[in-house]
Design a protein around this ligand. Sequence first.
Ligand code: ATP
Ligand code: MG
Length: 410
Amino acid sequence: MPNRVCLVHYHEIGLKGKNRSTFENQLVTNLHRALRGYDLGDIKRVSGHILVTSASGRVSDEMADAISRVPGVARVSLAYLCGLDQSEYCAAAVRSLSEAGEFGSFKVHARRSATNYELHTLDINRIVGSVLCDAFPDKRVEMHNPDVIVYVLVVQGSVYVYASSLVGVGGLPVGTAGKVVTLLSSGFDSPVATWMVGRRGAICVPVHFSGRPMTADTSEWLCQDIVEALAPSGTIGRLYVVPFGERQREISLAVPQSLRIIMYRRVMFAVSERIARIEGAKALVTGESLGQVASQTLDNMAVVNEMVSMPVLRPLCGSDKQEIMRRAQQIGTHELSSRSVEDCCTLFMPRRPETHARLEAVHAAWDSFDHESMIEDLVEHVEYRDFDQCPSYRAPKRWKRHHRELGPAI
Ligand code: ATP
Ligand code: MG
């Protein structure tokens, strides 16, 4: 029986001209990391695809599934790797089609990337097609819109035959779009927002503000579980946790009740931007969606946004909650986010938060406490945990030490 391998297809990175090989190499590196712990043989570039083989000669469905979750992967085909011998690849075609599930019609689609093979693609289509017609006499050959296409790809002395593929997550290989700091709560939205920018090739460094010591550290554990759910896709370098409870109490005592949330958020943005600068990240990311809750009106976004000078990306801005929940389900964070826990958001909440903050009132409240030393102190006391699944992540010089468990930066 021929070896079963994965052929990884990518479309967007095919369009990048001169950068193409950088993108392909990054994808190969990321696949290596994502497949640690699997029975991996080799990963190499083969004529516009990436070929993944396993040591045992038979790539498992689990391995194909792991590949499909790596950003940059458009499709993963489970292929039989054959020699140029006709009977061998015809038998593989029969096998592929018999494994393709329910179908009524099919066609053969041959391609050659090397023209030194004696048979033309039309000949290959005819030869393989007639073997399949004999093997599946009750199925129809359909040139337009067949249920299944049996691909026969001739590349450098080998023939790859496949009839089924998994849809990949798409996007771009992580490490090709720079680094971002994402504000991560344990809610539904921010894990999805983090995943979305990660899928576009960004290295993500989440920052979570917890209510510790005024609340338990449950939200910190939940955020770690969320990051663990996201990490196999290779998007996450490190999780920062900022114990914010004490400072929230100070703010709640100093400013009018209705402006508390805005003050918390201004501090959160300022601290996140400092961490971003230390990390060499070029943007902040939030899970905000326009008008979803009181704090997410345009007015409130504006008075919080003015705290920072780097771009703030809000990938969910135009999404409805239902869409976000569906995505959370797909990426494996839904169940975790549905556990309600205390974090800094539930702490010292006003009864009636301001929905349309006026700038003068915000500035007066902001100046009523020593925000600058508060921000500095919070940055000094961050804690972090490293996740070793993003090959492009480099820790900043200032916080070089590797933490397997959540621990203080200094
Ligand atoms: P989420 O579902 O992500 O918690 P939300 O609908 O609860 O969002 P808000 O509480 O207004 O909305 O938070 C808006 C965004 O602010 C979040 O998506 C997240 O990016 C950021 N944020 C909120 N709370 C925290 C926190 N404790 N730590 C870090 N970021 C936070
Ligand atoms: Mg929330």
